[in-house]
Design a protein around this ligand. Structure first.
Ligand code: ADP
Ligand code: MG
Length: 248
C-alpha cells in the first residue's frame, strides 16, 4: 500500500501493448513526397478503447497499417506486444497478425458467397485447429455478437449492422489480444453505429480486448477511453477520458 493508499485513475498500472516512436511515413507519388505521417510517438495501453481520430487524409489508415505491420515506416518504429516490428520477417508478422490481432473494416470485408458462419471461420482455416475447435469458435463468436440465428445467412441477406457484427465475430474467432478497426461505423447509421460501439465496449470490459478504432465519427470520440487526434499527419493532442488534455 502506498502512503496515501489511492491510485490516480490516470495512473498507468500496466505496460503499453503498442509503443510508437517517432514514426514517419512518406509516400512518393508522381515524383512528389506525400508526408502522410510525421514524427508520431504514442503508447497504446491494454484493456482500453483507444480512438485515433482526424479528418479524411490526416493519416489514420496509414498509422493503422503501420501498427499492424502491413506497411513499413520511412523512419521510426513500432513495438507490438514486446516485439519491434522491424525485427520480424514477413512470416513472423503474419503469425503475429493471425494469432494476436483482429481486423474490422469500414466496408465489412465479408466474402459474398459464404454464409455468416463460413465468413467467421475463414481466418481459422490458416490455423492448426481441429474441426471441432473451429466450429466451437465460430458458434461462440456468433453468439457473442448476437447473430446465432443468422449463422446460415449470406451477407446480402443481412443488414449493414449485422454484416459488421459478423466482421466483429470473425475478428473474435481468432481470440485476439488487440482488435484494430478502420472506420467501423463509417457505413452505419448513427443508431446502428452506437450499437456497434456498445459491442466494442463489451469486448473491452468482458473479454479484456484492447480496441483501437480509427475514425472521424463523433460517437467514437465520445466513447473511447483515449483519443489521439491527428492533423495533417501530426499528433495534435491526446485526450484521456475525465482528464485534462495532453498537447503535443
Ligand atoms: P485517412 O485514413 O486519415 O483518411 P490516409 O492515411 O489514408 O488518411 O492518408 C494520409 C495521406 O497520405 C493522404 O494525403 C493520402 O492521400 C496519402 N496517401 C495514402 N496512401 C497513399 C499511397 N499509397 N500513395 C500515396 N499517397 C498516399
Ligand atoms: Mg482512412
Amino acid at each position: 500500500m502506498s502512503q496515501n493508499g489511492k491510485s490516480q485513475p490516470h495512473e498507468r498500472q500496466t505496460a503499453p501493448v503498442i509503443q510508437v516512436n517517432n514514426l514517419t511515413r512518406t509516400y512518393q507519388l508522381a515524383g512528389e513526397d506525400v508526408h502522410a505521417l510525421t514524427n508520431i510517438s504514442l503508447n497504446i495501453f491494454p484493456h482500453q478503447m483507444t480512438a485515433i481520430v482526424g479528418r479524411s487524409g490526416s493519416g489514420k489508415t496509414t498509422l493503422l497499417n503501420l501498427l499492424a505491420g502491413l506497411d513499413d515506416p520511412t523512419s521510426g518504429d513500432v513495438h507490438m506486444l514486446g516485439d519491434n516490428l522491424k525485427a520480424l520477417d514477413e512470416s513472423a508478422r503474419l503469425a503475429l497478425r493471425r494469432d494476436k490481432l483482429g481486423f474490422v473494416f469500414q466496408s465489412f470485408g465479408l466474402l459474398p458467397l459464404l454464409t455468416a458462419a463460413e465468413n467467421v471461420g475463414v481466418p481459422l482455416r490458416m490455423r492448426n485447429l481441429s474441426r471441432k475447435e473451429r466450429d466451437d469458435r465460430v458458434r461462440e463468436s456468433l453468439e457473442w455478437v448476437g447473430l446465432t440465428r443468422r449463422a446460415n445467412h449470406r451477407p446480402y441477406e443481412l443488414s449493414g449492422g449485422e454484416q459488421q457484427r459478423v466482421a466483429v465475430a470473425r475478428a473474435l474467432a481468432a481470440h485476439p489480444e488487440i482488435i484494430l478497426a478502420d472506420e467501423p461505423t463509417g457505413q452505419l447509421d448513427s443508431q446502428t453505429g452506437r450499437k456497434l460501439l456498445d459491442l466494442m465496449r463489451r469486448l473491452v470490459e468482458e473479454r479484456g480486448i484492447t480496441i483501437i478504432i480509427v475514425s472521424h465519427d463523433p460517437q467514437v470520440m465520445t466513447e473511447a477511453d483515449v483519443v489521439h487526434e491527428l492533423r495533417d499527419g501530426r499528433l495534435l493532442e491526446t485526450r484521456i477520458k475525465n482528464q485534462t488534455v495532453a498537447a503535443h
